[in-house]
Each structure stands twice: as C-alpha cells, then as structure tokens.
Design a protein around this ligand. Structure first.
Ligand code: KIV
Ligand code: ZN
Length: 515
C-alpha cells in the first residue's frame, strides 16, 4: 500500500507564542526556529507580521536564516496585513503567506458584522493579493468547525478557485470530535478542486481532543497537520505536535503516513521551548514529560527488564533521550563536551561552546560526575542565562536557627549598563532573603506565586533546577535557574523573571516609540 506524505506545520512561534505567558524575543524565536527546522518541520509559522514591529522583525530574521523549511506569516484578509507578511517573509528561500477570515455564524454576526458574500469576497481578495508575493498561499476559514457545511463548502471552493494552495480547517474553539472531523474532511476532499490542493487541520485542545481530532482529520483526507511543541497555544493550546508525530510514527501500521521529521530532535526542542518561555513541561505530559519513560512500579520494572516492549511502545532514544548517559568529568575536553551535547540534540556554536565549557569545568570540579541531565541543564541555563540585563555577580547566604541571628543574604548584581549593586537582607529564610535582596536592587517588588526546586540527576550533589512563578499587575512570568546549590538556583530563577520583565518593558517602550 502506498504511503501518503503528511506535512508538519509548526505554529509554536505564532499560535503558541501569542498565548499569555509564552511570549519570546526575536532572538529567542530565531533560536527556537532553528531547533524546529532541525527537527524537520515542513512549514514554520514564524509569527503574525502585522501584529507588532517586533513580530515583523522576528519573522524577517527567521526568513533570513532558515532555508530548509517554508517560512510562513499569518495575516487577516486585509491589504495591510498581507503586505506586512509579504515583506517579512521576502528573504526566505521558501515562503508562504497564511491568510484567514472567520466563517461561522457567530463570528459573522458578532465579530465581523459581514454577510456570507462579503466574507467570500474578502477571502478571494486576500488570496489574490497574497499570490502577488508568493505562489504558496494558505487560506484558513476561522471557526470552520462551527460553520454551516454548505457555506463552508462554498468558501473552500471559492478559495481554491482564487488560487490558495493549502486550505486549512481550524477547530478554533476546540469543539469537534474525532468522528465529526473525519467525516468533515471526507466531505471536503470531494469538493471541486480539492484534489489539487492540500487540506490542512488545525485543532485546539479545549476538550482535550486536539491530537485525536488532528489524527482523525488525517484519516478523513488532511495532508497537513498544524500544531505546536508542548501543545502550547491559545487557551488550552494547540495539538501537541510531538504527540501527533510520535502517534504517526508509532502507529504507522494504522495511519500509513510518512513524514520528514527527525524525531530524535523532539526532546531537545521541547526542553528549549520550556526554558526559553519559563513554562515547565508537566511530569506526566505524553512523549516529553519527565515520567513519560519512567518505570516506577515493581511490576513494570520487572517487565521492562525482561523485555522493554512489555511496557514501552516507543524508545526514549526515538525522541532524543539518551540511554547511554555517558558520564563526563573534569578531564573531559571541549570536543567530548561538544559531541555529547550533539547527541543530546544541542548544536553549540563556538561562543556557546566556550561559555558552556567554562560552566561545565566549574560543575565538574564541584561534582565528580556530570550526567547528561546535568549537561542539558547547563546548556539550557546558558540559553537563558545570557539574556540580561542583570547578572548575578555573587550570592552568599546564612541559614539555620539561632535566637540572636536571622538568616541573611548578601547579593551583588551587575547591570549591562555598568552598574554594580549590592544588598544585604535578613529574612525568615535564606531563599526569602535572597529574593528580597534581588527585588531591592532591581527595584522590582514581586508577588511570588510558586517556587519549586527539583534535582535533575542522581546523587546528593546533583544539579538543581529551580522554577519561580510571579505575577505583576499585567502578566504572569516564569523563570528558571540551575545550579548545584539550591539557593543559587532559586536566586537565578528569580532574577530570570526580573530580566524577563525588564526586557519586556524595554521592548514595549521601543514599540510605542515607533508608533
Ligand atoms: O485557531 C485558529 O482559528 C487559528 C487561525 C488563525 C488559523 O489560529
Ligand atoms: Zn489557532
């Protein structure tokens, strides 16, 4: 039986990034785009060019650097948006404009205040203008799932006739079910011109059905699946693209579909995303959660030792989790470090290798054996650690109980503008004192919502990974920090949050200066 090729359309940097708490800078988006390209995604939706000058620049930067994937920008069906997308993707070797308009009765009446014909007219005009920039044009009928079938068919046929090469059928509010969406795609596959274009599915996860619905759409005739790493996206998120990919790979016998994905890149891509955005992946998350390949119970361990397939339908190494766990030590050199990092899915440029190597040597001195998970934490720490504007110069704390003394923290911070400031604070505990000292120096009081520390590898001297979540008046921020010292890891995570807040304020200032 011949196998059909399924295009993987990654919208981590557009639908994913637009969700509250997931915003990224242009530099972070480029770094993520490189990882998504290395994973082999066919199309990278890099952003929504007209949304902000920052988003425009981020798309352009990605378009300039990435050749292997099609680079796509989203636009509403209006001239301004489409011109912005056309210009942002212009440097890309392979370009796509994605244009959309809502079609469901609710959106027509309450959001757009347009009748059915006006919407079709706008769609045709949008597609026609987009074709002036590129012959790869995707059209989406927003809220397609809640659109009357006969009208949706009219919209789809008009969009095909206007020249769209991909027609996307979003389940914008995560409302559909697998049976329903499969049936819809079977119906759409029979429309005039449908055989000459690619039908695409884009599912949201409001009822927890996004991945199941995407796979059912494929069974019905979709040949492009849209989704985001770690399932991030509006509200409950998009289809988790790593789950879609591993379902297609693991159940190839059932889905009979091929892809161009290097699945060994998945774990590193997922980790990088959670570090950059400061949103940890839940332990029990399918495919990329810490527990996804852990076997705790005796019965399971016994089975896996006898034959892994008793409880494992995928191998950890399929997604890039190394089983070898080669241990590096203080005598290991740059070449060994670089090659180990590559095995873990991280390609280190020369300057990154240098800074990771310096940190690695310090760690190897503190801890005799550096495990893969320690190394991974170091590399990801480097990814966020160099983001400034504040860096932690030194931290010293005292702890314990003594009726004459309270725990104390002495913190010294450096700002990229050259300032070096120090604060000494007493508080109920050393972590609390360190956080207050950082807030005092940076003049950023924060309401701490949660603070968690976990070890990333074995042993009492294991690296600790700290996560801090805080709320300001406008936003919730998460920060990460790693160290063999838990207080230091916490302080780094807290400072990471402050850096995110300060960088965002600077970005917003520059956006309002441009308007
Ligand atoms: O969910 C949705 O409808 C979308 C479209 C813009 C494709 O993200
Ligand atoms: Zn969406």
């Amino acid at each position: 039986m011949t196998q059909d090729y399924v295009k993987i359309f990654d919208t981590t940097l557009r639908d994913g990034e637009q969700a509250p708490g997931f915003s990224m800078t242009a530099g972070q988006k480029l770094r993520m785009a490189e990882k998504i390209a290395a994973m082999g995604a066919d199309i990278i939706e890099a952003g929504f060019a007209a949304a902000s000058p920052g988003d425009f620049d981020a798309i352009k930067g990605i378009a300039e650097h990435i050749d292997s994937a099609v680079i796509c920008s989203l636009s509403r069906c209006n001239d301004g948006d489409i011109h912005a997308s056309g210009k942002a993707i212009a440097p890309a070797k392979k370009q796509r404009i994605h244009t959309f308009i809502a079609t469901s009765p609710l959106h027509r009446e309450f959001k757009l205040k347009m009748d059915k014909n006006e919407i079709i007219d706008r769609a045709i005009k949008g597609i026609t203008l987009a074709l002036e920039y590129t012959d790869d044009v995707e059209f989406s009928a927003e809220d397609a799932i809640r659109t009357e079938r006969d009208y949706l068919a009219e919209v789809v046929e008009a969009a095909i006739e206007a020249g769209a090469t991909t027609i996307n059928i979003p389940d914008t509010v995560g409302y559909t079910t697998p049976e329903e969406i499969q049936d819809l795609f079977e119906f759409l596959s029979g429309l005039k011109g449908a055989k000459d274009i690619t039908l695409s599915t884009h599912c949201h996860n409001d009822l927890g059905l996004a991945v199941a619905n995407s796979l059912a759409a494929l069974r019905g005739g979709a040949r492009q699946i849209e989704g985001a790493l770690n399932g991030i996206g509006e509200r409950a998120g998009n289809s988790a693209i790593e789950e879609v990919i591993m379902a297609l790979k693991t159940r190839q016998d059932f889905f009979n579909a091929t892809m161009n994905i290097k699945t060994e890149q998945i774990y590193a891509a997922s980790k990088l995303l959670s570090t950059i955005t400061g949103n940890p992946v839940p332990r029990n998350k399918a495919i990329v959660g810490k527990n996804a390949f852990a076997h705790e119970s005796g019965i399971h361990q016994h089975g896996v030792l006898a034959n892994r397939e008793t409880y494992e339908i995928m191998k950890p190494e399929d997604i890039g989790i190394s089983e070898e766990n080669i241990i590096l030590g203080k005598h290991s050199g740059r070449a060994a470090l670089k090659s180990r990092a590559e095995k873990l899915g991280f390609t280190l440029q020369d300057n990154q290798l240098q800074s990771v190597f310096v940190e690695f040597k310090k760690l190897a001195d503190e801890k005799r054996e550096v495990f893969d998970s320690d190394l991974e934490a170091l590399i990801l720490g480097e990814a966020i650690g160099s983001q400034g504007p504040w860096t932690l110069e030194s931290l010293y704390v005292s702890a314990g109980s003594d009726e004459n003394r309270r725990p104390e923290a002495t913190v010294k911070l450096a700002h990229e503008d050259g300032r070096i400031e120090q604060a000494v604070v007493e508080a109920a505990g050393p972590v609390n004192a360190a956080f207050i000292a950082i807030s005092d120096i940076t003049k950023t009081p924060l309401h701490l919502e949660s603070f968690t520390v976990q070890s990333v590898s074995e042993g009492r001297d294991a690296m600790a990974e700290a996560a801090v979540r805080v709320s300001t008046e406008f936003e919730t921020y998460q920060g990460f920090g790693t160290s063999t010292d838990t207080v230091l890891a916490g302080a780094k995570a807290y400072l990471d949050v402050i850096n995110r807040i300060e960088r965002r304020a600077v970005r917003q200032k520059s956006i309002s200066a441009q308007h």
